[in-house]
Design a protein around this ligand. Structure first.
Ligand code: SER
Ligand code: ZN
Length: 497
């Protein structure tokens, strides 16, 4: 890797008038021998290859390898130069980065067309050359290092591309009897239990399907949350960028988010043209609106991230661990791909999110307890056929990563059930041990100083319904007795002509 940087250092007074040429030469030589080699293996580091003093300006050309990257060298030099010129009562006003080129070996197949802070990219003969567009502020923010890390990420992503996400079978239930062989969504529509809403991947659930959802929820509360000591909370359903920066979603969520905007101002006058346009045309002037709103985040996506603002920055006393909470207060949103399908793949869905925090062993233990409770529900109450698989952790997948976490205890178990009508397996919930990612990301500490871990589990109500109805059908006499009595009578309303 090679770095070539041309910079101008602007000073508060004329350097050429105050400092003699031999003195400058000696300064540059000393830097080349010491400062710009510090920390690098012998023969490596950065080098000032040319300089010129012109009044208040010192022009510099720096060349380096990857050991003391040229921008680091420049920042070191600026500091040292400050001390040196200080003796002559001259200060440094600022720096101007005229050119910054970074060249490296690169696989020809992986084309890089665009990068932030890069004005030109040349890619030829197994080499990649970047021409950066950066200022002093960007160097201080380590933008060049971040660009290089981004390139590493792209290489890694390319290696994984085409490969499947991780999937490893952990458990398979017994075979069960199926009483239905059609698509449950179609049957739900036919019966008038659901109707497609106005939005993409959005449904309105009539009294019958709502009663089934609420029964699932009650089963979950009675069989899992209450016996394991989980307390209900209400998590926000609008998520700010700060939360998604801390949770890692800001690395990958963009193609799937539902974006939330606020008006730039509440002033009715500011909005008058929009209102008038609508009144005259009966059409919503979306473009006009776009210029008047501001994006502030997105709608709930993973459900647990906004919870973390509650303990954010706090210290937790050891004796209250493990903390166990759940939220069922609202919908989640994903801009799904073309694969939208009935209640199986939705843009708007309902989920109960269970979150626990503790020391490593406590978090792993909670995950095991949840797994045991879930198995009982699926086996005894719903009597479905399902399997469990060890998959790419959800938080990695949502950052656009594949593979597995570094620690083997950290990861996600997906619960999947077969849909008899098409033979496909549908993921209907998950349980994850998320390691220290969330306490770290949201700066939550434990009083004793021990490491904090967390876990979460998402139970999708539409997915439970899709799986249960696909396997057990709509003849309630065929439903497992315990579940049938938990549901009770289904209401008969909304019969349209
Ligand atoms: N937050 C987890 C997920 O998004 C569990 O719901 O999958
Ligand atoms: Zn979660």
């Amino acid at each position: 890797m090679e770095f070539r940087l041309k910079a101008n250092i602007k000073c508060s007074g004329s350097v050429s008038e105050v400092v003699s040429a031999p003195e400058i030469t000696e300064f540059m030589r000393d830097c080349n021998e010491g400062l710009l080699k510090k920390g690098a293996p012998p023969g490596c580091g950065a080098e000032i290859v040319w300089w010129n003093v012109a009044g208040e300006k010192i022009e510099l050309k720096l060349v380096s390898d990857r050991f003391v990257r040229a921008h680091d060298a420049l920042l070191r030099l600026k500091n040292e130069l400050g001390k040196f010129l200080g003796k002559h009562r001259i200060g440094i006003r600022g720096m101007e980065i005229e050119d910054y080129e970074i060249a490296m070996e690169w696989e020809a197949e992986l084309r890089i067309k665009k990068l932030p802070f890069v004005k030109e990219i040349k890619q030829e003969e197994g080499r990649l050359k970047l021409f950066l567009d950066v200022d002093e502020f960007a160097l201080e923010k380590r933008i060049p290092d971040r660009i290089l890390r981004l390139l590493e990420d792209k290489k890694e992503a390319a290696r994984w591309k085409g490969k499947k996400e991780h999937w490893e079978l952990l458990f398979e239930s017994n075979k069960k009897s199926f009483y239905f062989d059609k698509d449950p969504t179609e049957e739900l529509i036919k019966r008038g239990w659901i109707k497609h809403a106005a939005g993409r991947g959005q449904w309105i659930y009539g009294p019958q399907s709502t009663k089934i959802f609420r029964t699932f929820e009650r089963v979950l509360l009675d069989e899992v949350c209450k016996p394991l000591g989980y307390e209900e909370m209400i998590f926000p359903k609008f998520v700010t960028w700060d939360v998604w920066k801390r949770s890692g979603h800001a690395k990958g969520i963009f193609p799937e988010a539902y974006y939330v905007c606020t008006p730039k101002t509440r002033d009715p006058e500011f909005w008058e043209d929009v209102m008038d346009y609508y009144k005259v045309t009966n059409e919503i002037p979306v473009e006009m609106i776009m210029g008047k709103i501001e994006n502030v985040g997105g709608m709930c996506y993973a459900q647990c991230p906004p919870f973390w603002v509650f303990p954010q920055g706090e210290t937790i006393p050891d004796e209250i661990l493990p903390i166990k909470v759940f939220d069922r207060s609202g919908t989640s949103y994903r801009y799904e791909s073309g694969g939208l399908h009935g209640i199986e793949r939705l843009d708007e869905f309902h989920r109960v999110e269970i979150v626990w925090i503790g020391k490593k062993e406590q978090v792993i233990e909670q995950s095991k307890q949840l797994q045991a409770k879930y198995r009982r529900i699926f086996d005894e109450l719903l009597d479905i056929e399902w399997r469990e698989a060890w998959v790419t952790p959800w938080f990695m997948a949502q950052e656009g990563k594949t593979g597995l976490a570094e620690l083997k205890e950290v990861g996600t178990i997906d619960y999947e059930a077969v849909l008899p009508y098409n033979g496909k397996w549908l993921e209907f919930q998950n349980v994850s041990v998320n390691g220290d990612k969330y306490p770290k990301g949201f700066n939550v500490k434990l009083q004793s100083g021990a490491e904090l871990w967390s876990g979460c589990s998402g139970v999708g109500l539409e997915r439970w319904a899709a799986v249960f109805l696909a396997q057990k059908g709509f003849d309630t006499d065929k439903w497992p007795a315990k579940f049938r009595s938990a549901v009770g009578e289904l209401p008969e309303v909304f019969r349209f002509l």
